[in-house]
Design a protein around this ligand. Structure first.
Ligand code: ATP
Ligand code: MG
Length: 198
């Protein structure tokens, strides 16, 4: 065997031992709280990617979206007919609204659905898409969200998405990823696209 080959083999063996040790230590099994935050693209799509995985293993999932998109929602079109419970904030908040009272009402209405999901032991995965803004704008009480998250069924995983996630949510979370923009097509004047951006 060449020296290079032997060195490579040794390195891989050490890596394998380190990984095996970490795997043998990770033996707790429970649902986790995942936060996808930051300014880069991919927070919502990563959440739906995880839901696709869960559904592929016959698990049950639910989605609550706290910002009404301006366009038809591709994920909802696909997933609702497959039996995924899906709620989108009915009226009020988009990036453009300015009426705090009606936005708060719309938020509270959809939050009721979210709370039911967080208490439903039939659900393995719950996505709370763009919920971070509800805390930032004061439409939803932080304590109430934290309590619902802490009291959820033990096996249930929750994914929270949105920019500028409150530190108390990050502290409670098990897995937190910050999407960092390196480039975004929009900045080069390319329009948001159906099937790619919504
Ligand atoms: P996606 O839904 O594509 O995963 P996201 O959830 O990370 O994006 P949001 O802030 O929720 O990001 O994005 C809302 C919309 O803005 C989406 O259509 C998304 O593609 C687009 N977008 C995301 N990041 C950026 C960015 N850095 N600049 C411009 N537009 C963005
Ligand atoms: Mg998003």
């Amino acid at each position: 065997m060449t020296d290079k080959n032997e060195m490579h083999q040794k390195r891989q063996q050490r890596l394998k031992e380190a990984v095996d040790e970490r795997i043998s230590k990770a033996n707790e099994q429970r649902g986790i709280l995942i936060v996808n935050t930051g300014n880069g693209k991919g927070k919502t799509t990563a959440a739906f990617g995880t839901l696709t995985r869960a559904l592929g293993h016959n698990k049950k999932g639910g989605v609550v979206q706290f910002i009404k998109g301006l366009w038809e929602n591709g994920e909802k079109n696909l997933l609702e007919p497959l039996g995924v419970e899906f709620h989108v904030m009915a009226t009020g908040f988009t990036w453009e609204t300015q009426d705090k009272a009606s936005d708060t009402l719309a938020c509270q209405e959809v939050w009721r659905k979210a709370k039911q999901m967080l208490a439903n032991s039939q659900l393995d995965l719950v996505i709370l898409d763009e919920i971070t803004y509800m805390i930032t704008y004061g439409y939803l009480d932080l304590e109430e969200l934290l309590i619902a998250l802490k009291n959820r069924p033990n096996h249930q995983t929750v994914i929270i998405t949105g920019r500028a996630c409150h530190r108390d949510i990050i502290e409670l979370a098990d897995t937190v990823t910050e999407m960092r923009p390196i480039k975004h097509a929009f900045d080069a004047g390319i329009k948001a696209q159906k099937g790619i951006d919504w």
